[in-house]
Design a binder for this molecule. Structure first.
Ligand code: MG
Length: 247
């Protein structure tokens, strides 16, 4: 069942979402060569805690850290640890915060200083695909209009869009209905209504879109070892159009 949110509830979600945004903005300067993904985790957690919020991912289905850190060929759900970031790497950080009974969720892929033009393009197209999708997040439209717009943009740039992980509704639960594929034919699925709040999060690969989950049960890498990028925001569908709460 899709839980519609009232205006007051969306206002509460704004608080969780503003903390997620703050973390991602501060990571822009924090991410640099020589730090580990665990440093990223600790930094993010300290900001979330300083706002009296709780990291949404910590302990979620047993996830052992506060944020997900996915370097280069890691698509999503990378576990923070002793992997050092090197000049030229890209690192996707997925951040969730819970406060006042609601979650916020967003992700960005950061450049570790000087990245190649190829990597920059991958990050840019991934971000653009989110915005192409969100243009369709309007009342009366249908769920897979978003999916199709994302896939169309990604594939026009000869990249792959991941099939194994989905966007989702969000609110009192981190993952609510509906499940939102980032690919597929338009004009299917439920009709979009005011009060739906969704996390749309295309994961885009430089090569083939197939992914493999490592033995830790979390870390998802591209099967062909190619680079992957991730871009996500929490978005409220309102009578005045889509409102991105984590920007
Ligand atoms: Mg999400």
């Amino acid at each position: 069942m899709v839980v519609l949110k009232t205006k007051a509830e969306i206002d509460k979600m704004r608080i969780a979402c503003s903390i997620v945004r703050e973390v991602l903005e501060k990571l822009e300067d924090f991410v640099k060569p020589g730090i580990t993904t665990l440093d990223v985790d600790k930094f993010a957690e300290s900001i979330i805690n300083s706002r009296d919020a709780v990291p949404s991912f910590k302990g979620y289905r047993g996830f052992p850290a506060s944020v997900c850190t996915s370097v280069n060929e890691v698509v999503v759900h990378g576990i923070p640890g002793d992997r050092k970031l090197n000049d030229g790497d890209i690192v996707s950080v997925d951040v969730g915060a819970f406060i006042g009974g609601f979650h916020g969720d967003a992700a960005r892929t950061f450049a570790v200083v000087d990245i190649s033009e190829k990597s920059e393009r991958l990050i840019r197209v991934t971000r653009e695909s989110f915005f192409e999708g969100i243009k369709k997040a309007v009342i009366g439209g249908r769920l897979t209009d978003i999916s199709n717009a994302i896939q169309t943009h990604v594939e026009a740039h000869d990249y792959g869009v991941v099939r194994d992980f989905f966007g989702h509704g969000i609110g009192r639960e981190l993952h609510e209905e509906p499940t939102i594929p980032h690919f597929g034919r338009a004009n299917r699925g439920l009709r979009l209504r005011a009060g739906m709040v969704v996390a749309v999060e295309p994961m885009v690969t430089e090569g083939d879109y197939s992914v493999t989950t490592l033995k830790d049960g979390w870390t998802a890498v591209t099967s062909d070892g190619s680079l992957a990028a991730h871009y996500e925001n929490t978005v409220a569908i309102t009578s005045s159009g889509p409102e991105i709460l984590t920007l």
